[in-house]
Write a protein that binds this ligand. Structure first.
Ligand code: ADP
Length: 392
């Protein structure tokens, strides 16, 4: 059964087509600069990438071109072969604890949740409507970044702010990257051969979050009402003293919205190093002895260790720690620094095993009290799996 996994941004549309349940990736790609000048798309089939210029006035046109490519490349003979389309949705609020069908009522809730994800939810709705117009017979589903975190207990999702902010404005922790945390924790349980596990899953990419997953259910996660909570990230500050906002507003005569932009786009690695939000540039800076890059890295490592130790205590132990996403899968240095700081928990790094990028593997010694694994994430496949199950 052919299932399409879709991630629509305001000017982009990423897609991967799978043959399910074989989990075979047939084609993937991205349409970029939708609604702008000089739009184009890239498609990848059998490892071969092809870039093409195309006029993309809207997402519907992108879907039409995608379907044409599928036919031209003989991946399908007819649109009706696409049985399911799964849409990635950033914010499902407290409404969705699992993937659901894209009924008009559910899509309406996604629209209404736009105030909690103003850049993402409206774009996703545009994507859903475009897909429904071009491939009306496919079952369309909504797969939420927040759903996996809905099992958190109240004590972990509430903020100690006036209670009315929760009842009136839905202020609480929702988390993000849930599809990735779910995927790697399912894989980890497969590796461990059981489901009654205590896992700490570290999604460390440009955006970064850590989750505590007990018996397959999320009990805590580091991102909050928005993704700018918890760890320090590429350009986000993560947890800070909330009063900094009022203080800087006075000092620099900036609005809350302007400060919010700085805390999301000019902080983290970028803010501290003054060099870049990209971990590879930070690592280059460290190699050259740049003190602010060294400080940025040390702060980042400390935050990751803080969250791992917090969740270790919260779950009363840990059966495995998982690293995933850009840095988690590829940064040998970051993993080494984090694991060395966890030696008091009996974690023993194996430097040779850790010297690897983007591959599922164990990176600790056989006598490490907690095994640590790299598990490359695959959010697209998780979306396709949920969609396949709903379509069946
Ligand atoms: P996003 O949150 O945008 O999905 P990714 O998960 O793709 O981000 O992660 C991007 C981050 O991963 C960047 O900071 C990048 O520098 C880092 N990264 C990718 N490859 C490497 C590498 N070989 N060494 C260190 N960091 C890497």
């Amino acid at each position: 059964m052919k299932i399409l996994s879709v991630n629509a941004g305001s000017s982009s549309l990423k897609f991967t087509l799978f043959e399910m349940p074989e989990e075979k990736e047939l084609i993937s790609g991205v349409f970029e600069r939708i609604g702008l000048k000089e739009s184009f798309y890239t498609i990848k089939i059998d490892g071969e990438k092809n870039k093409k210029d195309a006029e993309l006035p809207d997402h519907k046109k992108a879907f039409e071109l995608l379907m044409k490519e599928l036919k031209d490349n003989k991946i399908i003979d007819d649109y009706s072969e696409i049985k399911g389309i799964g849409h990635r949705i950033v914010q499902g609020g407290a409404y969705f604890d699992k993937s659901v069908l894209a009924t008009p009522e559910n899509v309406d809730i996604v629209s209404k949740l736009s105030s909690l994800a103003p850049l993402h939810n409206p774009a996703a709705v545009v994507g859903i409507k475009a897909a429904q117009a071009v491939v009306p017979d496919a079952v369309q589903t909504l797969v939420f970044d927040t759903a996996f975190h809905q099992t958190m207990p109240e004590v972990n999702y509430m903020y100690a702010v006036p209670y009315e902010w929760y009842t009136k404005y839905s202020v609480r922790r929702y988390g993000a990257h849930g599809t990735s945390h779910k995927y790697v924790s399912l894989k980890a349980n497969e590796i461990l051969g059981r489901k009654d596990t205590k896992l700490i899953t570290c999604h460390i990419g440009n955006g970064a979050s850590i989750s505590a997953v007990k018996d397959g259910l999320c009990v805590n996660t580091s991102m909050g009402l928005t993704p700018n909570a918890g760890l320090m990230m590429g350009s986000r500050c993560g947890d800070i003293d909330a009063s900094i906002v009022a203080y800087i507003s006075e000092c620099e005569n900036l609005s809350a919205a302007e400060i919010n932009t700085k805390l999301n786009k000019e902080s983290g690695f970028l803010g501290i190093s003054g060099v870049s939000s990209d971990a590879r540039d930070i690592e280059d800076g460290i190699a050259k002895g740049d003190e602010r890059c060294i400080l940025a890295q040390n702060m980042y490592v400390k935050k990751i260790v803080d969250y791992i130790s917090m969740y270790y205590v919260e779950m009363g132990g840990c059966d495995a720690i998982i690293f995933t996403a850009g840095l988690g899968e590829n940064s040998v240095l970051l993993r080494k620094q984090v694991l060395e700081k966890l030696s008091c928990l009996g974690v023993k790094l194996d430097e040779e095993r850790n010297n690897v990028r983007g591959k599922q593997t164990l990176i600790t010694a056989d006598n490490s009290k907690i095994p640590v694994y790299i598990i490359p994430t695959n959010e697209e496949l998780m979306i396709a799996t949920d969609t396949y199950n709903l379509t069946k």
